[in-house]
Every structure is written in structure tokens, then in C-alpha cells.
Design a protein around this ligand. Structure first.
Ligand code: NAD
Length: 264
């Protein structure tokens, strides 16, 4: 396994702490021999990310707030100076005002709609464009999505709309960059207890509902998401692009609760 990512360099965006999905992915990539750089949002997160980055041998730790294009530009200028080229990126960033992750979707404000779309969707396109400039010998891009993009999940609201747009972006970016052998995919993860996940109202109920009703009768952990990310970011998936790959214990395949659940 160690050789799978040997000689590959990539940027991980979206580690907030050791519960973050991005951290589960980073660990798998580092175990497989990849060299990693990390971004963090603000100094408080920076202090938490630094020891994590160091534990996988990375000293390239850069501030980045994706609401600010100059901040994104600065990350890629540094990567160009330090590394010259780039093999992969992981975008595990999402945000919406938690006051609008409950109640009716119809009540979403214009301001939060735009902010959610910029941070949770457009940032992937902007990052992809900058990253592609450094992917001189092909590359891989990965983002994180959730099934609230294709079906209504209670309280997911505007995030579901942003994830639908994000998934469409994956397909368009895959088409744009495919001729340059740059592959673009997304993982649609089942619910995981993270900071972002906790922002959704009734998250605990959703979590236990999926535990009871997914074919595997459990939720997924960040190591399992990391394993699938390793596949999508390595040559093992060299024929795969524009895909939304579900890592959710099979929950997306079922259409109704299992019988035991209905009888309760
Ligand atoms: P997390 O809170 O650990 O990570 C979210 C990250 O987004 C944080 O690192 C945060 O700093 C970053 N972020 C938010 N706004 C930003 C901004 N303006 N600039 C830069 N970074 C910003 O939570 P997570 O669950 O690991 O989330 C990672 C991704 O996975 C998100 O896209 C989320 O929607 C997606 N996802 C999460 C779940 C889940 O149940 N937790 C399920 C499916 C998909």
C-alpha cells in the first residue's frame, strides 16, 4: 500500500480537527506515501491542524478562507513556489448558517443562499481552476457531497441545493479537464459526527435512523471514507471521472425503512 501514492503531492482543504472527513482522507493518503499540504480556516483551526499535519510529516500549512479569492490565490502561489506542480486536491469544505438548517427550505434568505453556494459549491470550481494550472502531468480532484442533493433530507435545506450544484460542477469540471488527464470525482458520504455535521438540526436522529436502515446497519467512519478517497485519488481508479461515489453503508440504495423499523 505504501507505494500507491509514493512521489505524489497533494493539497488537503477542510481539516478542522481529528474528526474531520478531510483528516480521515489525509491519514490514508499519508499512509500510502503521499506528500501533503494543508489549508486551515483561521488561526483557531490552524492551532488544531498544525499537530495533525506534523503527525503525517507535513510542514506546509497555509491559511485559506474560500470566501476570499485572494486567499485561494495565495495558497496556489505558495504551492507553485514550494512544489512547482501538484498531483491532487481534496476539497472538504461546506458551510451554511445553522439557523437555516432547520425549518422550511422555502425560508432560506438570499444572503445565506449566496454565501452557502459560494463556500460550499463555487469554491470547488475556483480551487479546481487554480489547481489545474499546477497539474502539468494529469491529476485528481475530489470533493465531498451528501445525498441531500438528490433527495429531500429534513433540515438539510439550502445545503442540499448547494450539494446538487456541487455535483453538477464535478461533471462539468471532469469534462473540462478530462482531455488533460485530470480526473474529478466526489464522495457522497453518509452522516458522520463532525463540526459541520452537528450544524444540521436533528443530526442525531438522522444518524441513528441511517444506522438502523442502511443495508450494513451502521454509519461509516472517516477511515472508510479515506479508503474510498485513496482509490479515487490513486491510479487504481484511472478510468473513473465525473462520478459521485456513495460511501454510506448502502443507505442510498434503499427506498423504505427495514421492516423491524416500521413495526416499532
Ligand atoms: P468539518 O467541520 O470537520 O469540516 C468542514 C470544513 O469546512 C472545516 O475545516 C471548515 O474550516 C471548512 N470551511 C467552512 N467554511 C470555510 C471557508 N469559508 N473557507 C475555508 N474553509 C471553510 O466537517 P466535515 O463533516 O468533515 O465536512 C467536510 C465536507 O464533508 C463538507 O463539504 C461536508 O458538507 C461534507 N459532508 C459531511 C457529512 C457529515 O455527515 N459530516 C456527510 C457528507 C458530506
Amino acid at each position: 500500500m505504501d507505494a500507491l501514492m509514493k512521489g505524489k503531492r497533494g493539497l488537503i482543504m477542510g481539516v478542522a480537527n481529528d474528526h474531520s472527513i478531510a483528516w480521515g482522507i489525509a491519514r490514508k493518503l499519508a499512509d500510502a506515501g503521499a506528500e501533503l499540504a494543508f489549508t486551515y480556516q483561521g488561526e483557531a483551526f490552524g492551532r488544531r491542524v498544525k499537530p495533525l499535519a506534523e503527525s503525517v510529516g507535513s510542514s506546509l500549512l497555509l491559511p485559506c478562507d474560500v470566501e476570499d479569492s485572494a486567499s485561494i490565490d495565495s495558497v496556489f502561489e505558495t504551492l507553485k513556489k514550494e512544489w512547482g506542480s501538484l498531483d491532487f486536491i481534496v476539497h472538504a469544505i461546506g458551510f451554511s448558517d445553522r439557523n437555516e438548517l432547520k425549518g422550511l427550505y422555502a425560508d432560506t434568505s438570499r444572503e445565506n443562499f449566496i454565501r452557502t453556494m459560494v463556500i460550499s459549491c463555487y469554491s470547488f470550481t475556483e480551487v479546481a481552476r487554480k489547481a489545474a494550472e499546477l497539474m502539468t502531468d494529469g491529476g485528481q480532484m475530489l470533493t465531498l457531497t451528501y445525498a441531500g442533493s438528490v433527495r429531500v433530507m429534513p433540515n438539510y435545506n439550502v445545503m442540499g441545493v448547494a450539494k446538487a450544484a456541487l455535483e453538477a460542477s464535478v461533471r462539468y469540471l471532469a469534462s473540462d479537464y478530462g482531455p488533460r488527464n485530470i480526473r474529478v470525482n466526489a464522495i457522497s458520504a453518509g452522516p458522520v459526527r463532525t463540526l459541520a455535521g452537528a450544524g444540521i438540526s436533528d443530526a442525531r436522529y438522522m444518524f441513528s435512523y441511517q444506522q438502523r436502515n442502511a443495508p450494513l446497519r451502521r454509519t461509516v467512519n472517516i477511515d472508510e471514507i479515506g479508503g474510498s478517497a485513496l482509490y479515487l485519488l490513486s491510479d487504481l481508479s484511472s478510468g473513473v471521472t465525473g462520478e459521485i461515489h456513495y460511501v454510506d453503508s448502502g443507505y442510498n440504495t434503499v427506498s423504505m425503512p427495514v421492516m423491524e423499523e416500521l413495526k416499532r
